[in-house]
Design a binder for this molecule. Sequence first.
Ligand SMILES: Cc1cc2nc3c(=O)[nH]c(=O)nc-3n(C[C@H](O)[C@H](O)[C@H](O)COP(=O)(O)OP(=O)(O)OC[C@H]3O[C@@H](n4cnc5c(N)ncnc54)[C@H](O)[C@@H]3O)c2cc1C
Length: 197
Amino acid sequence: MSQALHHTIHKIVGGLQLPNDETGNCHTFVTKLAKECENLGVKFVMDTTIQQLNEQGNEIVSVSTSKGEFTADAYLMALGSYSTHMLANIGIRVPVYPVKGYSLTIPIDDFTAAPESTVMDETYKVAITRLGDKIRVGGTAEISAYNLALLEKRRKNIEFSIADLFPHAADLGKAEFWTGLRPMTPDGTPILGKTKD
Ligand SMILES: Cc1cc2nc3c(=O)[nH]c(=O)nc-3n(C[C@H](O)[C@H](O)[C@H](O)COP(=O)(O)OP(=O)(O)OC[C@H]3O[C@@H](n4cnc5c(N)ncnc54)[C@H](O)[C@@H]3O)c2cc1C
């Protein structure tokens, strides 16, 4: 158990420790992965909007983007929850819907009072994670299509969990508030693989 939870042990009835679970910094991971790919010759075209997939018969022949038209031997769809409409335009239906989540990233004030790894507050379905000298708290499943408004009432819910379990760790006033869309399928499994020939 995180040592810091000793401050609030009286609030906890029980918990599960999952020693085989791991926590990683996905931004660091993908940045380093991209660097490795570049070393192998991959060229990334950043800050580019895909406008449409161009079809001929049953095949995609090119992709129109804000930086011109691109052709390739194969095309991979990985636009998260935005894949659904892009694919619908070429007659492919995928059951992917955006489920909005929120997170707070807060610089740690008192390291002895901060989580060492990840703690899930199952009552409120909030994950509290240590990210170096910061804490990231994420949660909420809001069904509101592609609306990226930062709702203060959601912030309050997430703030509650961190303040409840790790009250001395960080100053919530310094938190960075963020929202994103999880690409969700009805049973939670991803959709991987080739489309029909
Ligand atoms: C608050 C929150 C907390 C989360 N916490 C965790 C966690 O702790 N652990 C975990 O495993 N997962 C977590 N997730 C889920 C995780 O973020 C998603 O599963 C993951 O990001 C999905 O990756 P993806 O690449 O499929 O889609 P996305 O990350 O949604 O990426 C799709 C990309 O496509 C881009 N795009 C869309 N349309 C276009 C276009 N027309 N042209 C060009 N680009 C376009 C978007 O800008 C985006 O960059 C969390 C999600 C949220 C919102």
